[in-house]
Design a binder for this molecule. Structure first.
Ligand SMILES: Cc1cc2nc3c(=O)[nH]c(=O)nc-3n(C[C@H](O)[C@H](O)[C@H](O)COP(=O)(O)OP(=O)(O)OC[C@H]3O[C@@H](n4cnc5c(N)ncnc54)[C@H](O)[C@@H]3O)c2cc1C
Length: 388
């Protein structure tokens, strides 16, 4: 943490800082970056910027893209440092060009990040539905209402049962609002009224509660889900040692395409389970919701065959990736591209853009030393010059 500008609410931060250290450094000033990916504990600011990470809040300020004010990047061709600005219409944004570059164009060394006051007011509720389509409709209405919930996770019945201990035939909507500025009871009441219009019933044990004390808020289904969210990666490792395939994949699509995409992914997963010879369960939750569409996040829990679980997962992952990509979804909403998603990413991006990316790579990293094979194929070298 190099510098804190309390007036503009921004801080200059080195890229290697881990999530908990970053938040700890801001706490004395009453500030927060308020970016909490599930990997928060072990991931860095530089990694979040390089992969365009998504925090756990469902709407508005949750993507690292929107929190960056300026960025410093060391490339083999020189140092790129953008100007601190709240906004700018001066041509294509240098920061946007490097966000998500996954280490292929340069090393991010520091950034000025936009901060927020620490929230004081919070309210959380859990709402169950009998019919999944009604739950999706309620979630869409809330996403399009301008209420901007901090949490708006629709868990399908399998996810609600496995990770929130809530039996329901239509799904569980975990709703949350928070503010550093004002109580949020009224906003929560409006969102609950939307849910009721679609047949949702609140099962939060203390409805319409807005509190300054977060400790007492989440001891219901929402709290149970939250603690299982934090435990999930650790559980995954323990279960993998018992030859269980416990994995996730995620996407985003427009609301009009969601029913078809979900049906295609369900069918592809069921077929893949049969083909690789496993008994498996597929779960789905929305991690983020936008006015024009959700970001569905799928979980696979399958009994694998010891010694073969990696190949079995590769086959399942390939089948579901094909299904979501062919139904108009993105190959990743926030897990990034890396090497796993390259084939689908190549098909998703427009070819002129791919050429521009290769051009940027050749200009900034002419020897092709930065993460070869990530995002684009390694540059071919001919008589001391590189080409793509
Ligand atoms: C259990 C688990 C949960 C996760 N949950 C989330 C989540 O909620 N939201 C989310 O968005 N992602 C999530 N991820 C994915 C991942 O943690 C994030 O993408 C994270 O941003 C990666 O940061 P990192 O510091 O670990 O980077 P690394 O994994 O070390 O690196 C990722 C890529 O970024 C490049 N890179 C790293 N630092 C820099 C730098 N300073 N300059 C240039 N390039 C750099 C690396 O070369 C690599 O290509 C999760 C992953 C796991 C394993």
């Amino acid at each position: 943490m190099l510098d804190v500008d309390r007036t503009s609410r921004a801080a200059r931060i080195q890229a290697g800082i881990l999530g908990p250290d970053l938040e700890r450094s801001l706490r004395p000033d009453g500030l927060t970056l308020r970016h909490f990916p599930q990997s928060f504990e072990f991931s860095t600011l530089g990694g979040w910027l390089a992969t365009r990470a998504g925090g756990h809040y469902a709407t508005v300020y949750t993507h690292i893209d929107d929190l960056v004010e300026s960025m410093r990047l060391v490339t083999p061709a020189g140092v790129s440092e953008s100007r601190r600005l709240p906004g700018s219409g001066a041509g294509p944004s240098p920061d946007r060009a490097f966000l998500g570059s996954e280490g292929t164009l340069g090393v991010i060394t520091e950034a000025w990040m936009r901060l927020q006051d620490r929230p004081l007011w919070r309210a959380t509720e859990s709402v169950v539905f009998d019919v999944y389509d009604s739950a999706v409709a309620a979630t869409r209405e809330i996403a399009q209402s301008g209420l901007f919930p901090t949490n708006c996770r629709l868990l399908d019945p399998a996810e609600a049962f496995l990770n929130a201990g809530t039996p329901t035939s239509g799904g569980l909507l975990v709703l949350g609002f928070e503010s550093a500025h004002h109580p949020v009871d009224a906003t929560m009441a409006t969102a609950l009224a939307v849910c009721a219009d679609h047949g949702g019933r609140s099962v939060g044990h203390s409805p319409n509660r807005s509190t300054r004390d977060p400790a007492g808020v989440e001891d219901d289904a929402a709290g149970q889900w939250r603690s299982s969210f934090l435990r999930m990666p650790y559980q995954r490792d323990a279960l993998a040692a018992q030859s269980m395939i416990v994995e996730t994949f995620e996407t985003a699509c427009t609301w009009d395409r969601f029913p078809e995409l979900k049906a295609a992914v369900d069918a592809a997963a069921a077929k893949a389970f049969l083909e690789v010879g496993v008994v498996g369960v597929l779960t789905c939750r929305f991690t983020h919701v936008y006015p024009d569409g959700p970001a569905p996040y799928f979980g696979v829990h399958a009994a694998g065959r010891w010694g073969h679980t990696v190949e079995q997962w590769d086959d399942i992952k390939s089948a579901v990736s094909e299904a979501l990509s062919s139904r108009g979804g993105t190959i990743t909403h926030h897990h990034a591209v890396g090497r796993d998603h390259r084939p689908w990413y190549d098909r998703q991006r427009p070819e002129p853009f791919a050429r521009a990316l290769r051009g940027s790579k050749a200009a900034l990293d002419p020897a092709g030393i930065l993460n070869p094979g990530v995002l684009i194929d390694p540059l071919r070298h001919t008589s001391g010059r590189s080409s793509s």
